[in-house]
Ligand binder design. Structure first.
Ligand code: CA
Ligand code: CA
Ligand code: CA
Length: 357
């Protein structure tokens, strides 16, 4: 009886072994990834076993708890393998499938160098918190070539930056809004008036007032901001200014002035000259200065204007004076006049005497 039981047990065990050997060792399974095995953090790849059943997935040689389905969704880096066990018999491990998960860079921040509202022609430097991998965007569109840590923004709009490292891009930074206000531009005009006795040989004084009516400063740009060539009937003596630098070049009868004028500011230039003694009374002496201003505030005086005689209604007219009688022909009666009067009195006296006769 005991032998019979033992024999039956042996038969059973051999039978089971026979069944197992009839099926044989399960074939070595293969892993098929459902997509790229390198991806960014937060992504995944589905690994599929060649066996519908009996699977156990391994990561770096350690069995993954509960990972016994035909599919395994891998989200972690490492070497994945697979063993199939059927009726207690395990296959050889599959070949390794390596999964690489790259980190997503931290969401960058933008630091502006200064005010983000500025006049046209200005700029603000935007700095990313990431030293590398940057791409700057304006209103959601990538800015060509804008891949440095710093971006000098001159245009209005909403700026963002993203950081990309080994193919993984960060979320977009918080936006920085840049506002560009109208440009600050100068506009310089000037008046020129003459004073003096205007007699031949006397000194004439010209007062030139340059006024900046723009909202931006007139800079001391290359070239003169004002120049004035006096007519040959005058001889330049001197030029001074309340600011900047006035230069009187006597040899060419030319006054020049260089300097800056703030918004709503002005400068007064005083020019003195001698009226040539050879000028006849009644000679008209006309003169206008030239103003050079930078209406587009680009550092170049592209616009020239003439001075205005402020005592006349006409705009931009020349400054005129008429040479007066010289001292020898002044309105004060001269000896010659007294002689004529005396002669007339004598003639009247003579006539009266003749009538009495
Ligand atoms: Ca200048
Ligand atoms: Ca200009
Ligand atoms: Ca005028």
């Amino acid at each position: 009886m005991r032998h019979a039981v033992f024999a039956a047990l042996v038969v059973l065990l051999f039978g089971l072994a026979g069944a197992a050997s009839a099926q044989g060792t399960p074939p070595t399974p293969t892993i098929t990834p459902g997509g790229p095995t390198t991806f960014c953090s937060g992504g995944s790849v589905t690994l599929t076993s060649s066996s519908a059943t009996g699977n156990q997935w391994y990561l770096n040689g350690n069995p993954i708890g509960g990972a016994t389905n035909q599919d395994y969704i891998a989200t972690a880096s490492g070497d994945y393998t697979l063993v199939v066990t059927i009726a207690g018999v395990s296959s050889s491990p599959s070949a390794i499938t390596t999964v690489t998960v790259n980190p997503v860079p931290a969401t960058p921040t933008i630091t502006p160098s200064g005010p983000t509202t500025f006049p046209a022609g200005g700029s603000v430097t935007l700095t990313s918190s990431s030293a590398s991998g940057n791409q700057w965007y304006l209103d959601g569109n990538p800015i060509g070539g804008a891949t440095n840590q710093n971006y000098v923004a001159t245009a209005a709009g909403s700026y963002t930056v993203t950081v990309t490292n080994v193919g993984c891009s960060s979320a977009s930074s918080a936006a920085v809004a840049v506002t560009v206000t109208p440009a600050l531009t100068p506009s310089v005009t000037g008046t020129k008036s003459a004073s003096g006795s205007f007699r031949p040989g006397s000194t004439v004084t010209y007062t030139v007032v340059l006024t900046n009516s723009g909202n931006g400063a007139q800079a001391d740009n290359p070239g003169n901001e004002f120049d004035d060539v006096l007519p040959a009937s005058l001889t330049l003596v001197s030029a001074t200014a309340t600011s900047g630098t006035a230069v009187a070049t006597v040899g060419t009868n030319t006054v020049s002035w260089n300097g800056a004028i703030p918004p709503a500011g002005s400068v007064t230039i005083i020019i003195t000259a001698t009226i040539s003694a050879t000028n006849q009374a009644g000679t008209v002496i006309s003169n206008q200065g030239q103003i050079h201003t930078d209406l587009d505030a680009d550092g170049t005086n592209e616009t020239s204007r003439v001075t205005d005689e402020p005592s006349t209604g006409a705009a931009g007219d020349a400054t005129i004076f008429i040479v007066a009688q010289g001292l020898s022909a002044s309105p004060i009666p001269t000896l010659d006049t007294w002689a004529k009067l005396l002669m007339a009195a004598l003639m009247l006296a003579f006539a009266a005497t003749a009538r009495r006769r």
